[in-house]
Structure formats: structure tokens, C-alpha cells
Design a protein around this ligand. Sequence first.
Ligand SMILES: Cc1ncc(COP(=O)(O)O)c(C=O)c1O
Length: 391
Amino acid sequence: MREFTKYVHGKEILGEKFTRSLSVPIYQTAIFTFSSAEEGASIIAKEKEGYFYTRLGNPTIRAFEEKMAFLEEGEDACAFASGMAAISAVIFALIKTGDEILASYPIYGCTYTLFTSILPNFGVKVEWLPARNFTEELKRKISKKTKLVFIETPTNPTVEVIDIKESSEIAHRYGAKVVVDNTFATTFNQKPLKLNADISLHSATKYISGHGDTLGGIVIGDKETIKNLKENLIRNFGGVLSPFNAWLLLRGLKTMALRMSKHNENGLKVAQFLENHPKVKKVSYPGLSSHPQYEIAKKQMSGFSSMIAFELKGGREAGRKLMNNIKLCVCAVSLGDTATLIEHPASMTHFSYSKEDLEKSGISEGLVRMSVGIEDAEDIIEDLEQALAKI
Ligand SMILES: Cc1ncc(COP(=O)(O)O)c(C=O)c1O
């Protein structure tokens, strides 16, 4: 199967499995019954295949997991109720008291809070390395105590790029695992496991859902880690995806290749427009040759997605005016939606950052983040043009 076909058919060539229905059915049930006490005991003991309780397995959720493992070319996958449920489960599965994590910054606001405010309570040390020269810093800071290297590429919100292959080579020399938050790039544009990372994860809420109507998370990796996530983290922490949301995510995947092609195309057009606009100071988009990590992006991404960070010459006030004057684009957090979304990281998605960390991360008061949608690029540009004219 070629790439677009995979998103349509994936693993869901259904045959008899789901009574030949074209769409995977929603098993909207918490409980599956046993035909006898003996059967119940053998399903629970895993001697016999079968479902018994949705937190511990459900066919709709499983179909989503199988399709994601297939698309991202991993051994297996485990779904979660949200991206944050996926991230926290991976951390608690791989890390114990006394371990050290090296993480890239900037990073999504809630991952930052998890790492800075929660993990230290469990005796886990997190050291932050800048995305802009991550691999050089990684070489300097990594030691035998490092158990995990956690990177987000492209980064939220500054859209910087980290070399996944080189980071993995360095980490593996020290026996550390590499986890990549692949949310911004998506499976369609970037396959971290093929670049030797150990785990790839996503907020499925974003481009996978694609329609801003559900929350979800997905982790793809080796069989052993996924088994641990299912049998320990989902089972005992309980951040399980609902069957209905699994079905919405499966539906999102059907059009994902098509949507991502348009997102990639529009992302570049809008980034080029912004780069040439006199009121714009700086644009960060990995598909622009002016991007500091353009060469790395070209090497590891097959498309550049549609996340853009830019700074206006007029700083915060200009950003406020832009967001208050858009007519077609929408002022909102989140990303990966069909509609173009614009937000202000310092007061919205990255509100939890300390003042120093905002500064250190390059999240200035004037930084604006944009998730370019799948409208006609010309309409998005015209809307930006009229809003910029009001500044
Ligand atoms: C890069 C990234 N990772 C993880 C998350 C968390 O995902 P969720 O909101 O599905 O918990 C987000 C949310 O914005 C994100 O942008």
C-alpha cells in the first residue's frame, strides 16, 4: 500500500472481524460478558483471547491502536484519554525515583508543568536543554544517570527542529531511551521510530482527530513498552480513551493524508506571505530556507506541517490587534484543526511558564502561534492581510 491508501484502508480491511461493516463499530460498552465462569477465568488469565472490561481492552480502541502502529511503523501502540495522559503514562512507565530526564525546551505548557512541578515530588530530576542547539548540549549533559531523553520536534510554540537521529545515537550510547512528541509534525510527515527513537507519541486531539471535536493520545513503540503501558499504566492509572473517541479518531485518520497534504501546502504559502510582510519581524516555519534548522527538517520530515510561529514588529500590542481583527481565522488554542487557529503562547498555551523560562525559551510577548487550516490559502492570506493593515 502507498501512503494515501494506508490512511484509508490501514488495518481495517475488516472481513468477518466486524460482521463486514465498512466502518469499525463503536463498542460503546464498559463490560463484555462471559459464556461461563470457566471462560471468564481463562480470558482474565489471558489463556484465551477476549474482552471483559473496557479499561483493559475494547475492540474500537484496539482498532485505533493497530492502525496507528501500522501507520507509524512501530511494533504496537497504546491509546490514552488525551495527549497528557499518554505523556504522563510514558514517564511513569520508564522512570523511577533517582532517575534523570533530559528534555528539550520550549515544550508544551502542561508537559513543562508535569516536568517542573510534579516529577520533582517523586525524586526525578529534569534538566532542560535548548532545542536550538539540542544535540551539542545533549553531548555535554548526558551521563549514565540519564534514563530518558524527551524531545518535542517541531517545538511548541517556537517551531524549532531537533535532529531525532543524532539525538537517538547519542542517547543510546548511554543506554537512555528517546521519546519524541510527534504532535506538530504528525505521522504523515515524520516517523521518529524510523529515525531510531524508541517511543513516538501524539496528542491525537490535534491533526489525527483533525476536527477539533475529541481528545485523545497515542503512544507507539516496541511490544514490551506498550505491554507495560497497557498492563500497568492504563490498567492502574486509568487514563483510557473512550470507544466513541477512538471511533472519531479512526474517522479522522481516513482523511488524514489528504488533510495533511493541504496543511503542508497552506503552511508554506502562509509562512512565505508572513516572511515578506513589512509588519512581521520574524517567522519560524521549518519549510522556509531561512529557518535555522532547515537542513535537519528537510532530512527528517517529508512535509513541514502547518505550525508557524511569528513575531510582529509592534510586539504584544500588535499581536493583540491581529487576533482581534481576524475575520476568517479563529482566535483559539489547540492546533491541527480544519480551521486556521491563532493564539498568543505567553498568555495562553504557555501561561504556566515562569517569566524567566518564557524569556529563556524565546517565547516573547510578541510571539504569535498559528495552526494553518485547510481553507483556501488565498482566503487565509487575505484575512491576515486585512488584520495586519489595522496594526
Ligand atoms: C505538542 C503537544 N503535546 C501534547 C499536548 C497535550 O495534548 P492533550 O491536550 O491532548 O492532552 C499538546 C496540547 O496542546 C501539545 O501541543
